[in-house]
Design a protein around this ligand. Structure first.
Ligand SMILES: Nc1ncnc2c1ncn2[C@@H]1O[C@H](COP(=O)(O)OP(=O)(O)O)[C@@H](O)[C@H]1O
Ligand SMILES: [Mg+2]
Length: 276
């Protein structure tokens, strides 16, 4: 500011305008800074929440990997003994039925245990340079009959310029399959059934993002922070193990990425961002 002009009372209109403009500029940039600060704060909060969540999951992961191994041994022995018992000639129908029920329940235990084993650290990773488009295409081709049967339409757009990224192809395919399978279930009974998939570069340097959304029921806000917990399921007994998203979370984390869910106006939505 020109002090002489102000004190001399000869401040002209043009100068006043300029001061006003400068002030407006300062105000605008302050507002922008405030917005950036708020966004950074929100991101920090999110990162904190995720850290708590991931530590919790890592601890459970270590425990379950050990337990899974310990469970499979006795289960195999019981399974073999039942098989022997079944081969005995003089069994009543009731006894045979009981054996068959036991075998079915054992199979359930084996399935859950195998699911748990999938994310165990013992699993050997096979990292290769992958094209996300190819991976998603493969999963969609694999899931096509099911999607068609359920009447789900797909709306897929790939970003034209994504780099190849180092991934364990099989495990990332499993994550996408899990998400698509959940989306399909969430859309059962809805009038519009659209599965939307997008890929794009993520905000953080060197990451890419896959966005998968559906026109399903959405996720109950109260359940949002539980869906990645092991055994959390809203499905009927026998329909879901509650392990799909738990395993997916661990796989993405193993890749140095993150996965989260939020609701949009028209249904459940899941994003994942994968490390390059
Ligand atoms: N796209 C989605 N829309 C609505 N709810 C979902 C969606 N994806 C996951 N969920 C919720 O998260 C729960 C956990 O999912 P998941 O770990 O895959 O286990 P499961 O499919 O065996 O129930 C589901 O039971 C469901 O309540
Ligand atoms: Mg599932």
């Amino acid at each position: 500011m020109d002090r002489d002009n102000v004190s001399g009372g000869s401040l002209d209109i043009d100068q006043l305008k300029k001061y006003a403009q400068d002030l407006a500029k300062v105000y605008k940039s302050e507002r922008q800074k405030r917005r950036e600060l708020e966004a950074a704060y929100q991101e920090l909060q999110q990162a904190k929440d995720m850290l708590v969540q991931s530590e919790k999951l890592a601890a459970v992961g270590r425990l379950t990997a050990g337990v899974a191994h310990e469970i499979l041994n006795p289960v195999n022995i019981i399974s073999m003994r039942l098989q022997l018992l079944k081969m005995t000639g003089d069994l009543s129908d009731r006894a045979r039925e009981a054996i068959s029920i036991c075998k079915n329940q054992l199979n359930r235990i084996i399935q859950i245990t195998k699911d748990l084993g999938q994310f165990s650290r013992i699993h050997e990773k096979q990292i290769t340079m992958c094209d996300l488009k190819e991976i998603i295409g493969h999963v969609l081709a694999f899931g096509a009959p099911q999607l068609k049967k359920e009447g789900v339409k797909t709306d897929v757009e790939y970003h034209p310029d994504l780099p190849l990224i180092p991934l364990d192809k099989n495990r990332i395919e499993q994550v996408i399959l899990n998400i698509i399978s959940n989306a399909t279930t969430a859309m059962a009974g809805q009038k519009t059934k659209v599965l939307r998939i997008r890929t794009k570069p993520a905000a953080s340097e060197g990451h890419v993002q896959i966005l998968i959304s559906d026109t399903g029921t959405g996720i109950d806000e109260g359940e949002m922070n539980r869906i990645f917990d092991p055994f959390f399921t809203t499905k009927e007994p026998g329909q879901g193990t509650g392990l799909g998203l738990f395993i997916s979370y661990n796989i993405i984390q193993d890749h140095g990425g993150r996965i989260w869910a939020e609701n949009n106006g028209w249904g459940g939505r899941l994003f994942s961002s994968i490390f390059r």
